[in-house]
Design a protein around this ligand. Structure first.
Ligand code: DX5
Length: 231
């Protein structure tokens, strides 16, 4: 039994597409699936909620036929209500909205479920877990950001680990069937602490693409380290 009760959910490795070669994204998502990833995360950025600008729904729709794993859209955007349906139509089965971008978060999450997708909420580093109190029954996943959103390659923020554990406690005490995801600075030196704190879906971008032994090795190594916290 692990030291952290409730951290027995299946470990999933989710690549961020941000560091991939944008000139050949179809091949890149196929390579990620071949490397053994469990899902693929698209970092959708609007240049307003975060400074960067990334993937429109048409780009994701073009890549959809090249992989069969779940696509999740991490909407780092100011108006998620206006955009969510377009990313569902593009082939994303899970939509992550930021609590900080939603004036009516409960309604936004409800609408995502009405679209037939799985709903999820992300918390920036400054947003406390208590923001989730009245929406845990509406989500399949909570994303605890371990960097400030907008760019890949940033340093992991270890002070987020108590928040990961707090979210896991809230999920367990409420009897919710909810995954906990972390995103930002996840690599061989940080994934163990994040998983031990309670995360079971781990997003990595830079760490996968900078591994000199390639994507398959990187995915397998991260999975092994994360699963070691379950023994
Ligand atoms: C931040 C992005 C990054 C990205 C992963 O907005 O969401 O966290 O997905 O970046 P790495 O793994 O390179 O830190």
């Amino acid at each position: 039994m692990s030291d952290h009760p409730g951290t027995d959910r299946t470990i999933e490795i989710a690549p961020s597409v941000l560091p991939a070669d944008f000139a050949k994204l179809g091949e890149e998502v196929a390579a990620l699936e071949a490397a053994g990833v469990d899902r693929i995360q698209w970092d959708v950025m609007d240049g307003r909620f975060v400074p960067n600008l990334t993937f429109g729904p048409d780009v994701i729709a073009a890549c959809r036929p090249h992989a069969s794993v779940l696509f999740e859209a991490h909407l780092m955007v100011e108006q998620p209500d206006d955009l969510a349906s377009r990313y569902v139509d593009a082939g994303c089965g899970l939509i992550i909205v930021h609590a900080e971008a939603c004036v009516h978060l409960h309604r936004t999450l409800d609408r995502i479920a009405e679209l037939g997708a799985r709903a999820a909420v992300a918390l920036n580093p400054a947003t406390p877990a208590v923001a989730l109190t009245d929406v845990l029954d509406l989500v399949d996943l909570v994303l605890v950001m371990t960097v400030n959103p907008g760019f890949g390659g940033q340093a992991y923020i270890p002070s987020m680990e108590p928040k990961i554990a707090e979210v896991r406690r809230m999920v367990l005490e409420g009897g919710h069937d909810v995954d906990i995801e972390v995103d930002g600075g996840i690599g061989p030196n940080t994934i163990e602490a994040a998983a031990a704190a309670g995360a079971n879906v781990l997003v990595a971008g830079s760490a996968l693409y900078r591994d000199p032994e390639g994507l398959t090795h990187a995915v397998s190594q991260l999975r092994q380290i994360a699963e070691s916290t379950r023994r």
